[in-house]
Design a protein around this ligand. Sequence first.
Ligand SMILES: [Zn+2]
Length: 332
Amino acid sequence: MKSYLQRARDIITFKVPTPFPVGPVNVYLIEDDLLTLIDAGPKSEEAWAVFKHQLKDAGYVPADIDQVVLTHHHVDHAGLLDYLAQESDIKVLGHWRNEPWISRNPAFFENGRAFFAKLYRAFGIEERFFPYLEKMFDSIYRYGCQTSLDVVLKDGDHLRGMAGWQVIETPGHAQSHIVLYRERDRLLIGGDHLLAHISSNAITEAPYPGEAERPKTLLQYRESLTKLLPLKLSRVLPGHGEEVAHVNPLINRRLHEQDERASAIRAVLKSGPLSGFDICKRLFPSKYERELALVLSETLGHLDLLESMGEVEVTEVNGVYCYSADGRDQKS
Ligand SMILES: [Zn+2]
């Protein structure tokens, strides 16, 4: 019998370092019939050493872990799977949309590159920023894993060996994103869906194979936030930072902040039509050079939101998008 079955079952938090500005990632060890890790960390020697040290303090070695549930595919959450797999016969569980990322599907990555090159052009992004595109993929090769899902999870699934936990699909921050919900104490393990100290970015992604359109990630994200409100969650254990205690007020604040940003874009467009990149520069003058990928996602997401409300029109001229405030605004 595993040692933890003789004592109180628990959720243990580990903080694993990442090389990214977001800081350490929180991973959670759940002691139940199976020993489950929620997310892993990035693939780096430092992350592996810190993880093993904290695991040892909790009374375990990597070989004790039965399964890893991924909240989403990002390398700071999934990369360490490669090291874990060397020491343990772990099962990997997650949404099917993790698979092409965590297995580094070459055709999927090639489509992604082509999609972003086209999007950069359509957004009017200057040529000097194009090498930035390769940097996105470099980080995946350096810190990401190369593995495969053993079990595909979907909305409403109950988790094997983790009594009372249920999967909720929450696309937005990532297309592969899920959260884990425990009804008895209204607790959520939230991945990067809701963070206390920073707003989560609804990251632009290419369409998956067989899908024609890119997902409107901010619209998805808002829907995925809104659907948590009726659960009246008591706490969220997040992927980064401190736990969230006042959940619904934070969800409402995040939605409000998005409305405000959309209003700021609408105000910028009052002076006349602009390219996407021009809007990026106006909204994030000190950030767009350093963090173009995040700035692009933020801007495109809010333009999608305005377009969905009929407040912005987009026209395409020679493959470049031109955004303008809706006619109603211009007449007023
Ligand atoms: Zn993430």
